[in-house]
Each structure stands twice: as structure tokens, then as C-alpha cells.
Design a protein around this ligand. Structure first.
Ligand code: KG4
Ligand code: ZN
Length: 349
């Protein structure tokens, strides 16, 4: 089965053509063609994504990208219809409807977070991605610019949210604190880079940041207090390069401490047999390492799946994979041409 997928939930315009096959309990995804245009540079002056600018850019980019796919054959069109920025989502949804109609193929509505989850669960085998022998329940930590949540999959492709942020997403905290430090958007990679420098050169700060909700007894998160603490700690100070690096390391440490501790609790509570991390922030090397270390030490029987670094950020390949996983498992409901974009769409149905 071949699916053409479209992703426009945030600041990446993506189109991908992916072929999926199923043999027994093994799903194999082969990317035939993928195109991605990032608007990150355009949004950089705003320190975050500016929804109407994103919408305009998607509208401009989609037809340009689609030129590369116009001679291709496919069995269905999948589109991200949420969660994300609604004006941005709508551009993809409308574009996908048009293609589905012109080609007389079904339209499939895909959840962006399921895209992150499925693509992170898949293992790369040469130029293919494979999902095989997944031991349930699967616990997923989905961390991105818009989300921070623990999702539990007890039954294949059925989800339950077992913990989430009560305010800001972790990627948002990275982006905002990066801005306070005068670093470019997206802030995650920028903070991570100077934090690594601080660790390798032993550059320390005497500023101590809070580890919010560490002892809340829940699997929920909160990052707005950490953001405010960073703001107060930096106010009126002129940090040297070394102090700035040290501060970034302390910030990343605070995030990693919270992630590790909440993951421990969520693993205990859920009895998950597989753990996976997905979303843009899953590219963070330090967070990956800290979680990996804890799982190897404390949950040696849990199978850990870390996504390939080139699939963590938003893209259409992950949307195609999620749609294919559903279609090949007989769990895909085709959408009508009155499909709507839903900004706050939940992964739990
Ligand atoms: O999943 P994603 O590409 O878009 C959303 O759906 O939000 O995630 C983007 C977020 C941004 O906040 C960005 O700063 C963050 O992921 N990010 C990182 C890293 N790479 C991207 N955060 C921390 N460390 C990184 N290496
Ligand atoms: Zn995302």
C-alpha cells in the first residue's frame, strides 16, 4: 500500500510518499520520496512560531513541494488534522482534500502525536523502517514544542494519556529560555550545544534552578515555574560566555532530572514492557542519555526504543507511517471531505 502524506501542523511543510507492507506481525515502511521545507528561519525573529505566517508559508510551499509527486501513484492521502496550530493545519487538510478528490483516493485523517509515536517505535533497517515484535504495553514519552505527555498503549493503536504538562510544553521552555539567553529559535538545539560545551569544559554556574513537580506523586509536568525562575535568575545580569554555557547546562539538567524521575514513576505505574521517546525534543542527546541510563539500571527488562535523529522533528514520513500502521492493521477510518482541523486533538480516542 502506498500513502501520500501531508504535514503542516507547525512550521514544517512536509509531503512524503511511503510504501507499507505487513507480513505476520511485522510492518515495513519504505520511503519512496520525501520533501520538507522548514520555516524556522522565518519565525526566528519572533522566538516562536507565528501562526498566520506559518499558514501563508504552507499555502505557498505545498503546491511547490507537490510538483515532485504529481506523477506518482498512491492508494490514499493521509493528512495531519491535529493537534497543532489550527490555521496551519487547515492548509494541509484543504490541500489533501483536493488531491484525494482529484485522484479519487480515500482521505485518511492522522494524529500528529501518533506520527511521532509510531515513527519512534519503528527501527531503521537500511533504507526501511520496521515495526516488529512490540511488547505491550508501550509507554511513550512525547516531547515537542507543543506537547509533553506520557501515552500508554495497552492495546495496539489504542492510547491513554497517563501524564501531561499542566502548562507549557518542554520544547516551549527550551525555546523561551533560549531567547532569554539571546540564542536563536528553535532554542532546543542551541541550548543543548552550549550545555555540552559547559560540560566538556567544566563551566559551572552558581544559579540553581527548580525541578518542578518532582515530588508531585503524579506523572504530570509543569514548566512555567522553571521558565519564570530562569527569567528572574537572568534578570539584570550580564553573563560571561562561560556562565551562559553553565546556565544552559543547569537548565538542561533540571529538565533531564524531571524527565528521568517522571519516566521512572510512569514505568512503575504502567508496568510497560516497551518505552519509547518521540517528538522534536527527543533529539536532545543529554535527555536521551539520562533516560537510557536510568532504564538500563532500574528497568533492565524494559525494551527502550530511541528514534533515529532525522525523524524526531516534524516531517510527513512519520504521518505516512502512522496512517500505514492503521491501514495495515485494519484500524483506519477514512475521513470525509468535510474533515476539519482540530488544534487540540487528543491521541486518546
Ligand atoms: O516535534 P517538533 O519538531 O514540533 C512540534 O510538534 O512542536 O518539536 C519542536 C521542538 C522545539 O521546541 C525545539 O526547540 C525542540 O523541539 N527541540 C529540542 C532539540 N531539538 C529540537 N529541544 C531540546 N533539545 C534538542 N536537541
Ligand atoms: Zn511535532
Amino acid at each position: 500500500m502506498r500513502i501520500l502524506a501531508i504535514e503542516t501542523s507547525c512550521d514544517e511543510t512536509g509531503i512524503a510518499l511511503v510504501e507499507g507492507t505487513k507480513e505476520g506481525r511485522t510492518l515495513t515502511f519504505k520511503t519512496l520520496k520525501a520533501a520538507l521545507l522548514s520555516q524556522a528561519m522565518l519565525h526566528s525573529p519572533y522566538g516562536g512560531v507565528y501562526p498566520n505566517l506559518a499558514k501563508r508559508e504552507h499555502e505557498k510551499n505545498l503546491p511547490v513541494l507537490f510538483e515532485q509527486f504529481k506523477d506518482e501513484q498512491f492508494d490514499a492521502v493521509a493528512v495531519t488534522h491535529g493537534p497543532g496550530l489550527e490555521p496551519a493545519l487547515w492548509t494541509g487538510v484543504e490541500f489533501a482534500k483536493k488531491i484525494a478528490q482529484e485522484r479519487s483516493v480515500p482521505l485518511l485523517a492522522t494524529n500528529h502525536m501518533e506520527g511521532h509515536l509510531i515513527s519512534s517505535l519503528a527501527r531503521r533497517e537500511n533504507n526501511k523502517f520496521q515495526i516488529t515484535n512490540i511488547k505491550l504495553p508501550v509507554l511513550a514519552l512525547l516531547i515537542s514544542g507543543g506537547h509533553t505527555e506520557f501515552v500508554l498503549m495497552k492495546e495496539w493503536l489504542r492510547y491513554e494519556v497517563v501524564g501531561k504538562t499542566l502548562d507549557d510544553a518542554v520544547g516551549e521552555a527550551f525555546d523561551k529560555v533560549a531567547r532569554m539567553l539571546g540564542l536563536p529559535y528553535p532554542g532546543g538545539p542551541a541550548i543543548s550545544k552550549i550545555a555540552d560545551t559547559a560540560r566538556s569544559k567544566s563551566q559551572k554556574t552558581n544559579i540553581k534552578l527548580p525541578r518542578p513537580m518532582l515530588n508531585s506523586g503524579t506523572c504530570d509536568f509543569s514548566f512555567s515555574g522553571l521558565k519564570t525562575a530562569a527569567l528572574y535568575a537572568l534578570r539584570g545580569k550580564n553573563l560571561t560566555e562561560a556562565e551562559k554555557n553553565g546556565f544552559a547546562a543547569e537548565f538542561e539538567d533540571a529538565i533531564a532530572d524531571v524527565m528521568v524521575s517522571k519516566t521512572r514513576k510512569a514505568l512503575w505505574d504502567s508496568g510497560a514492557k516497551t518505552f519509547v521517546i518521540g517528538g522534536g525534543v527527543a533529539a536532545n542527546r543529554y535527555i536521551r542519555e539520562q533516560i537510557e541510563k536510568m532504564i538500563l539500571d532500574e528497568f533492565p527488562d524494559v525494551e527502550l526504543r530511541l528514534p533515529a535523529l532525522d525523524i524526531t522533528g516534524d516531517n510527513a514520513i512519520m504521518i505516512a507511517q502512522a496512517a500505514l500502521a492503521r491501514a495495515l492493521s485494519g484500524k483506519n477510518d477514512t475521513a470525509d471531505l468535510d474533515l476539519r482541523a482540530v488544534g487540540n486533538l487528543s491521541i486518546a480516542s
